[in-house]
Design a protein around this ligand. Structure first.
Ligand code: SF4
Ligand code: SF4
Length: 166
């Protein structure tokens, strides 16, 4: 059967829908609660990426998964925009755990070779940069502690010397 259903957001071509897609997402770690979504939009309302780019909408991505829009979801650069900040995860009244759904989508996109290569290169760059920041943070924290420990050790030594001579 060939028919089309127009929504306010996108055109759904029924013959291109893949009913196994939702099942595949649900079978991934973290994707198991996808069917709980009742489309309230709370996730999109608090998403920092949606604030910058309205094209990115977690509620819409969940609907696309439930409808079986495999190619639209997995080949879209939008699934790489998520910052994995867990805001939607914390606010969802249905505990859909969208951040984990996003991880599952990225896994499926790479596995199925849907992910655009230029996006993957950019993601590598972002990962390298965040590793550098983490390294600096740990070094800074450790140096700070070293300074405190040295001060403490000096105080103990001074105390020991003072009392050894008295
Ligand atoms: S907040 Fe949860 S239930 Fe509401 S649209 Fe988002 S994923 Fe669905
Ligand atoms: S985890 Fe992703 S989708 Fe959820 S609020 Fe953060 S950026 Fe938005």
């Amino acid at each position: 059967m060939e028919s089309e259903k127009e929504t306010s957001e996108t055109t759904i071509v029924v013959k291109e829908l893949d009913p196994t897609f939702c099942e595949e997402v649900a079978s991934q770690p973290g994707g198991q609660y996808i069917r709980r979504c009742f489309a309230c939009g709370t996730c999109a309302a608090g998403c920092p990426v949606t604030e910058i780019d309205e094209e990115y909408n977690c509620r819409r991505i969940v609907r696309q998964i439930l409808f079986g829009m495999r190619d639209e979801v997995l080949a879209s650069p939008l699934i790489w925009f998520c910052m994995l900040c867990y805001r939607c995860y914390a606010r969802c009244p249905q505990k859909v755990n969208f951040t984990d759904v996003m991880r599952a989508l990225r896994y499926l996109a790479i596995k199925g070779k849907h992910a655009p290569p230029d996006i993957l290169d950019k993601m590598d760059e972002v990962e390298r940069f965040s590793q550098m920041l983490r390294h600096d943070l740990v070094t800074h924290t450790f140096d700070g502690r070293k300074e405190i420990l040295n001060k403490l050790k000096k105080k103990i030594d001074d105390y020991g010397k003072k009392h050894a001579n008295s």
